[in-house]
Design a protein around this ligand. Sequence first.
Ligand code: 8YV
Length: 328
Amino acid sequence: MTTKRPSVIITRRLPDVIETRMMELFDCRLNEDDTPMSHGGLVQAMQESEVLVPTVTDRIDAAALSQAGPNLKLIASFGTGVDHIDLKTARQRGITVTNTPGVLTEDTADMTMAMLLALPRRLSEGERLVRSGNWQGWSPTSMQGHRIWGKRLGIIGMGRIGQAVARRAKGFGLSVHYHNRRKVHPDIEAELEATYWESLDQMLSRMDIISVHCPHTPATYHLLSARRLKLLHDLAYIVNTSRGEVIDENALARGLGAGEIAGAALDVFEHEPAINPKLLKMENVILLPHMGSATIEGRIAMGEKVIINIKTFADGHTPPDRVIETMF
Ligand code: 8YV
């Protein structure tokens, strides 16, 4: 980049303080009405900027990248997941990619725990009942859920967020199990009293609650496939705050409908913002609008990271949150 005040296009509205600071530092174009950009709009933005600041709602695929202008040198994504960006093509075109890891770990873990508690205890159902006006008052047998204390939690993906969930889960009396590409450091395993399962299949068949925390990559697409979902016992629950694509959503809906899975709490979906219509009708399913990291503090911290990444890059240094394909 030739200039220390690079031209930056931000695809969505960001917190006010972040946009204000970015306007001070960079030659910025904002998206006042916050409408997600079309593919064509994205391509145009990539032709007219040196830095693009996209979010998870922007599909930066090979087709878009191949039409990027010669000045586009940095994609400073607002978010941790980078499955919306074709990293290989970006590298081939000499475009650096950064993300915002770390600052949304605790918020996402809190949301995961909230969902993990709400699902077996039927919180959403209870709330719907009260609001419907049909609640007839307390009864010994109504709204019975399942106890959380003493159950087995199987975490898929023991990175930052998986570990933060494990830390919380311990306090709720859950025993922690995990499947990961590799075992975590023995000190962390000891702290979390976590049991490692090299075989995901073996872990699945023995857990009461499964929580998904791995990124979406070609290797994790439909990791919870129809075959694997069948390994769960019929009192097992699934929580997903990672990416919808990790679960075969159709197979999940089928399993839930057939009573082969007790329930699911989903904050992410395979075809966001579209939701599988079968899931919409189910009582034993909690559906949230991808809000796992949505705190004011978290969003500002993400924006700060984006600013630091752009500033460092514009100053001629490697940005702290540079993403490379081999990380995934
Ligand atoms: C973000 C997320 O809010 O960071 C991620 O990977 O899934 C979300 O929590 C979103 O990606 C912002 O672009």
